[in-house]
Ligand binder design. Structure first.
Ligand code: TMP
Length: 204
């Protein structure tokens, strides 16, 4: 059996990360081997790049190239080998995030994004992407309650995050069979039920 690649996406504060581990456990209980990973990051080099990307000011194209450099490493060392072994990969963010943040949020020319996507993973796309969507004010409130130093992206203004959200929704609209929009403004248990139903219908 071929492995499956599932990605989680959404604006900062959408609460997706808390569902990543839960979904992995749910799949493991079905006897599947599941790797949980994240972007930027997922490899020792990728985690170093993450540190820079989240904290150091840089040119937009440097930021985009580093996201894709970390992704290339991640695909080569973690994602592709796992899928080739027939295992599952559940990844907290992937290229839709570059489309939404560097494209929608920061205004990177979409053709540059497409060139990099084609170069780095033309042969690999997620089998399914779960896009956690919720109103910006709810997400901002959750971020404001975080008792830690906010990263460069979380510190961006509300209009940046609104553009990120709209870019995600636009991408979901253009890829309806891959990207499933999850209404994240619901109680945890309801969201989990939706996840079970969505993943079962497409992947199991
Ligand atoms: P996280 O907080 O979900 O771990 O993600 C880290 C931040 O990195 C998040 O604010 C979104 C941002 N990001 C991009 O801007 N572009 C990308 O391609 C990825 C993967 C993440």
């Amino acid at each position: 059996m071929k492995g499956k690649f599932i990605t989680f996406e959404g604006i900062d504060g959408a609460g997706k990360s808390s569902h990543v581990e839960w979904l992995a456990e749910w799949l493991r209980a079905k006897g599947l081997t599941v790797h949980v990973t994240r972007e930027p990051g997922g490899t020792p080099l990728g985690e170093k790049l993450r540190e820079m990307l989240l904290n150091d000011p840089m040119h937009l194209e440097t930021e985009t190239l580093l996201m894709f450099a970390a992704r290339r490493e991640h695909l080569a060392r973690v994602i592709e080998p796992a899928l080739a072994r027939g295992e599952w990969v559940v990844c907290d963010r992937f290229s839709d995030a570059t489309y939404a943040y560097q494209g929608g949020g920061r205004g990177l020319d979409r053709t540059k994004f497409q060139i990099l996507e084609h170069w780095v993973h033309d042969h690999v796309q997620p089998n399914m992407t779960l896009l956690f969507d919720l109103p910006l004010d709810v997400a901002r409130e959750r971020i404001a309650q975080a008792s830690r130093v906010l990263d460069r992206f979380e510190q961006e203004r509300a209009d940046f995050h609104e553009r990120v959200r709209q870019a995600y929704l636009e991408r979901a609209h253009a890829n309806p069979s891959r990207i499933r929009v999850i209404d994240a403004n619901h109680p945890l248990d309801d969201i989990r039920k939706t996840l079970e139903k969505t993943v079962s219908s497409i992947c199991l």
